[in-house]
Design a protein around this ligand. Structure first.
Ligand code: SF4
Ligand code: SF4
Length: 463
């Protein structure tokens, strides 16, 4: 049921233009500078004040409640389109022109740098130093990313930052497996017969526009969505007009022989726990239940202050999900005799549709719940006075819009874990080469994970 989106002539003209994606990248780069500027100098040591300030400071509001959630929503539905216009890609590619152009080593290529980078941001950046609540720390975090993209461009070849370093590379790559969109060649035969192969020509890797693929992809061999950032450079170069953007059934990539690297499995461990925390912490009862064990451990260890967040995060984002994965993978391996990594891949892929769906839900909840802050964010861009007024009760938010939308969101919240599980079940039942018991265990893992959300959403709704 693939539909060629390039039948829409203006869409094709847009992607084929020499200025795509350069002009959108320049625009996002300018936005990036303004967002950093709006966060610098706005800080607090009072963590309760920071909980309000995060929504009243214009830059912080945009970055964490709109920019970041929109990236997630787009990745799940339409693939890595954020990467297409990301200013870091522009910066690292420009640096690559004058840099050393070294080949990345084995460790970089393993994908573990991306997983560890994301894990560090989550555990230390967000859950210890609250970069999502204190605007100045958010700005420092963004400048650090910017600095690393420059450094990577100066040292390594092509867009090594995007392919092997970017902390959200795995996240967007894995979610793009779920998407309705894919970038593929129209005809394999045309590529085989193509003499020039401009799309991968070495001499064009460092062109400002009409660059050959710097994600190390040969378009004819793209089997799934993970690595392609939809930059359309290969389309601009292809003399046969052999590339296209297609609408497809979601999860199409799951029906190919999809293999995950150990680093990607590690990444799914972290993000599966993170999404559970994000959704369950929307309701007080669920949050208290989820945190009961981590709080007991921090009390036993006598840990206080900001480091309680670190311990909580280690338990919730590493230990719990790792145990979940190991238990179900061990069961699968025991009955099948397959390699343990293959069992882990099957279980990790089984939870991915639910995980992506629930992350999308969290993104929707966040963007809608923050609508009332917009009334004040442009008048007081730093957000200090607005936060003070909200805390001392002289200012009240108008919650009319979120309250109107909330019943629809509740419906979506109840449906999404069911849809996620349904999609997983569809893929699992389609694996005819696997024995019934292997499929049953994989299905049980998906059911357990989606059931956790379903039960917690019903509890949250009822209480
Ligand atoms: S994508 Fe275009 S340029 Fe690349 S090999 Fe195929 S036909 Fe040739
Ligand atoms: S395959 Fe084409 S669209 Fe995908 S990353 Fe490479 S150049 Fe960009």
């Amino acid at each position: 049921m693939n539909i060629d989106l390039f039948r829409i002539s203006w869409l094709k003209a847009l992607y084929r233009s020499r200025w795509f994606p350069l002009l959108p990248q320049i625009f996002t780069f300018i936005c990036f500078i303004f967002l950093v500027y709006g966060g610098l100098g706005v800080t607090t040591n009072d963590m309760n004040f920071a909980k309000t300030l995060r929504n009243t400071n214009l830059s912080n509001l945009i970055v964490w409640s709109y920019w970041w959630p929109v990236i997630i929503i787009v990745a799940v539905l339409a693939g890595r389109h954020w990467c297409t216009i990301c200013p870091m890609e522009l910066v690292t590619s420009l640096m690559g022109k004058v840099g050393l152009k070294r080949k990345p080593g084995r460790f970089l290529k393993s994908g573990w740098v991306m997983t560890l980078f994301f894990g560090t941001i989550l555990l230390l950046g967000i859950h210890t130093f609250a970069i999502h609540r204190i605007p100045e720390r958010m700005a420092i975090y963004m400048l650090t990313l910017f600095g690393i993209s420059i450094f990577a461009g100066l040292i390594w070849e092509k867009r090594t930052f995007c392919t092997h370093i970017c902390p959200v590379g795995h996240l967007l790559g894995l979610y793009s497996l779920l998407s309705f969109i894919e970038w593929r060649v129209k005809s394999q035969k045309t590529c085989v017969e193509c003499k020039t192969k401009d799309c991968v020509a070495k001499g064009r890797h460092y062109n400002l526009t009409a660059r050959s693929c710097t994600s190390n992809l040969y378009p004819a061999k793209i089997k799934d969505n993970r690595k392609c950032i939809l930059c359309a450079q290969c389309l601009t170069l292809c003399p046969k007009d052999n590339l296209t953007l297609r609408l497809r059934r979601p999860l199409s990539d799951f029906f190919s022989d999809l293999k995950l690297s150990t680093a990607e499995i590690g990444f799914i461990v972290i993000i599966s726990g993170f999404v559970v925390y994000e959704i369950l912490s929307e309701g007080d009862v669920n949050k208290a239940l989820l945190l009961a064990f981590p709080v007991t451990i921090t009390n036993l260890l006598g840990i206080t202050g900001i480091w309680t967040g670190t311990i909580n995060a280690i338990i919730l984002f590493i230990i719990f999900p790792f145990l979940f994965l190991v238990i179900f993978s061990s069961l699968r391996k025991t009955i099948s005799g397959e390699k343990f990594k293959d069992s882990m891949t099957a279980i990790a892929l089984a939870v991915l549709p639910v995980m992506g769906g629930m992350h999308l839900l969290k993104a929707l909840l966040k963007t809608i719940s923050r609508i009332p802050y917009w009334t004040y964010a442009f008048n007081d861009t730093q957000g200090i006075e607005t936060a003070e007024a909200l805390i001392d009760g002289t200012l009240h938010l108008d919650e009319a819009i979120p309250q109107t939308i909330n019943p629809f969101l509740t419906g979506i919240a109840v449906l999404l874990p069911i849809v996620g599980f349904g999609l997983s079940a569809w893929v699992i039942t389609g694996r005819k080469k696997e024995s019934l018991s292997m499929r049953a265990i994989t299905m049980a893992a998906a059911l357990f994970y989606s059931g956790l959300f379903e039960v917690s959403i019903i509890v949250w709704w009822l209480i």
